[in-house]
Design a protein around this ligand. Structure first.
Ligand code: UDP
Length: 328
C-alpha cells in the first residue's frame, strides 16, 4: 500500500478524495487541525492532527508514513469572506502552503497536488475558460491560490517538484454513502444554502445579483460533483507516480448554469420551490465562470460522470436531509 498525505482530509473535498484513494488501493493519511474539518469524516486511513504551518510536523509525518505524494486541500475557500478578511487567506493559503512545501522538502516528498480554483482567472470574456487565459484574480481567495501556483512553478524548476494544480470550478454534491458531504458553519455555497432554506435553516436566503450580463441576470457557474473531483485527483496521482511533471488543469464540465437555473433544478428534484429574495451582487463575484475541460480530458483522461445538475442536486439533497434535519 502506498501512503498519500491528504491535508484537509477531514474536510468536504478532502474526505471524498480519501475515499477515492482507498478505493484505488492507496492509504490516505489525513492531516487536519480540525478547525473546520470533521473527525468523523476520517474513515479511510489514519488522522494526524496538525497545522499545515507546522513545518517540522509535516516533515516528520512524511517520514513516519513514507508518504509518496501529497494532496493539499487544507485552505480557506470562501470568496466573500476573503474580500472582508484577506489576511486570513494570505496567512492560511499562502504562508501556510509555503510552510507545508518546506516541510515536504525536508521530509523528502516531491509529488504534490494543489487544490486550486477557477477563481484564479478573475473576470473573463464570455465563453469557456481555457488554461491559456491569463490569470487575473479579482478576490483574495483566487489571488492566494494563484500566488501558490506561481510558487509551485518556481519550485518545479528549481527543486524538481512534480505538481498538479487542479483548478476546480464549483464543487458540489455528496457521496451516496451518506457519511460525508458539505458541512460547514457558516454555510455560504449556493446549493447548500438553498437546501438549508428549504429545511427552514436559512430564512435569509437570497440571490446575489440579478443584474449580471447573463440571459436571466443571475451569475453563471460550472458545477462539478465532488465525486468527479476526487476521481480526477486519483488520475493526477497516478501520473505523478509514473513520473509526470504535472501542470495546471481546469476541473469542470464545460456547461454553465445560472443561479436561477440551479434553484429550478432544486425545485424539480425536491418538489418544493426555494424561497428567495434578490440582494445586491456579492463583492468579488464574476458574472460567469465556465471551464474548458479539454486539457484535463487529454492529459488526465478526466471526464465528469456525475456532474449533471439532477445527479448533483439529488445527492446533495440526500446528504442535507441527513446532515441538517428539517426544523419541525
Ligand atoms: N449565490 C447566491 N446566493 C447564495 C450563495 C451563492 O446567489 O446564498 C451565488 C453566488 O453569488 C455565485 C453562485 O451563487 O454567483 C455560486 O456561489 P458559491 O458561493 O456557491 O460558489 P463560488 O462561485 O463563490 O465559489
Amino acid at each position: 500500500m502506498q501512503n498519500v498525505l491528504v491535508t484537509g482530509g477531514a474536510g468536504y473535498i478532502g474526505a471524498h478524495c480519501c475515499k477515492a484513494l482507498a478505493e484505488a488501493g492507496f492509504t490516505p493519511v489525513s492531516y487536519d487541525n480540525l478547525t473546520t474539518g470533521h473527525r468523523d469524516f476520517v474513515r479511510w486511513g489514519p488522522l494526524v492532527e496538525g497545522d499545515i504551518g507546522d513545518r517540522q510536523k509535516i516533515a516528520d509525518t512524511v517520514r513516519d508514513h513514507q508518504v509518496v505524494a501529497v494532496m493539499h486541500f487544507a485552505a480557506c475557500s470562501l470568496v466573500g469572506e476573503s474580500v472582508v478578511d484577506p489576511q486570513k487567506y494570505y496567512l492560511n493559503n499562502l504562508a501556510g502552503t509555503l510552510a507545508l512545501l518546506a516541510g515536504l522538502r525536508e521530509g523528502g516528498c516531491s509529488r504534490f497536488i494543489l487544490s486550486s480554483t477557477g477563481a484564479v482567472y478573475g473576470e473573463v470574456p464570455s465563453g469557456l475558460i481555457s488554461e491559456t487565459l491569463d490569470c487575473k484574480p479579482i478576490n483574495p481567495y483566487g489571488a492566494s491560490k494563484w500566488m501558490v501556483e506561481r510558487i509551485i512553478a518556481d519550485y518545479r524548476a528549481a527543486y524538481g517538484l512534480s505538481a498538479f494544480c487542479l483548478r476546480y470550478f464549483n464543487a458540489c454534491g455528496a457521496d451516496p454513502s451518506g457519511v460525508i458531504g458539505e458541512l460547514r458553519d457558516p454555510e455560504t455555497h449556493l446549493i447548500s444554502r438553498a437546501m438549508m432554506a428549504l429545511q427552514g435553516h436559512a430564512p435569509d436566503f437570497a440571490i446575489f445579483g440579478d443584474d449580471y450580463p447573463t440571459p436571466d441576470g443571475t451569475a453563471i457557474r460550472d458545477y462539478i460533483h465532488v465525486t468527479d473531483l476526487a476521481a480526477a485527483h486519483v488520475l493526477a496521482l497516478r501520473l505523478l507516480l509514473e513520473g509526470h511533471a504535472g501542470g495546471s488543469f481546469n476541473l469542470g464540465t464545460g456547461s454553465g448554469f445560472s443561479v436561477k437555473q440551479v434553484l429550478a433544478a432544486i425545485a424539480a428534484e425536491t418538489g418544493r420551490a426555494v424561497p428567495w429574495t434578490i440582494r445586491p451582487r456579492r463583492p468579488g463575484d464574476p458574472a460567469e465562470l465556465v471551464a474548458d475541460p479539454s486539457r484535463a480530458r487529454e492529459t488526465l483522461g478526466f471526464v465528469a460522470r456525475h456532474s449533471d445538475l439532477a445527479t448533483i442536486v439529488r445527492s446533495a439533497w440526500a446528504w442535507h436531509q441527513l446532515a441538517h434535519p428539517a426544523q419541525s
